[in-house]
Design a binder for this molecule. Structure first.
Ligand SMILES: [Mg+2]
Length: 232
């Protein structure tokens, strides 16, 4: 078999690091710490579900540069609590800080993440391209034991671009000393990871855990991480 690829670029959140499970753990901690049950008269699931909805729409604005990181961090809790008639900006700020500070210490990875990286790292050079806050992403990598597998870590906040912008992929390849023909991108986000990589003609493996319909044909699609070993 001809080894076509030399460099594998991974996404981090929701591809290797189980963002939703880790986020839920922190939100539960916060539900108790900030006494949300008394303040807002809601159960923890209601708090989490509403936070997710608010966060999702604010992230869409952050991704296209409409709002800043600090605004996002506070407003996602301010707006969530406002839904339950709690209007307290300073508490929202404290919540935002707590969330950003604590979430990267959570360690849940998707099944097969470590065996996959163990196996791939003996054959390929592995790198990360992640959209996120630098101080958060580095702690996640360290705490979850992922750090040692990656040669280059490209964090959007440290460049001028976010995925799916072609420049962040080009920047990553340059940093890794890679060329597009020998590179492949692995990620869960169809737009940011897969279509983004396809735009610069890099091959892609779409990690489609939820088996959602694409409307776009990635080079490869897998339903779980260890299936990647049948491709690489
Ligand atoms: Mg992702």
């Amino acid at each position: 078999m001809i080894m076509k690829y030399k460099h594998i670029f991974f996404d981090l959140d929701r591809t290797l690091w189980d963002f939703d499970a880790n986020s839920e753990e922190v939100l539960l901690d916060m539900y108790n710490k900030f006494d949300i049950t008394t303040l807002a008269c809601i159960d923890s699931q209601e708090f989490i579900d509403n936070y997710r909805e608010v966060n999702h729409s604010l992230w869409a604005q952050y991704r296209v540069g409409e709002i800043s990181k600090g605004f996002l961090s506070t407003q996602r809790f301010y707006k969530t609590m406002q839904l339950f008639d709690v209007d307290d900006l300073s508490m929202a700020k404290e919540m935002g800080e707590y969330y950003v500070k604590e979430s990267p210490f959570k360690k849940r990875l998707f099944a097969g993440a470590i065996p996959l990286l163990e196996s791939l790292s003996s054959k390929y050079k592995l790198h990360l391209i992640t959209n996120g806050f630098a101080e958060v992403q580095y702690i996640k990598l360290e705490q979850s034991g992922l750090e040692k597998y990656f040669e280059e870590v490209i964090i959007s906040e440290e460049t001028d671009w976010k995925k799916p912008h072609p420049e962040i992929f080009k920047f990553a390849m340059e940093k890794a000393g890679a060329i597009v023909e020998e590179s492949i991108m692995i990620g869960d986000d169809l737009k940011a990871d897969i279509i983004g990589a396809a735009e610069i003609e890099m091959d892609q493996i779409w990690v489609n855990f939820d088996n959602t319909y694409a409307g776009f044909k990635p080079t490869y699609t897998v339903g779980k991480l260890l299936d990647i070993l049948q491709i690489l």
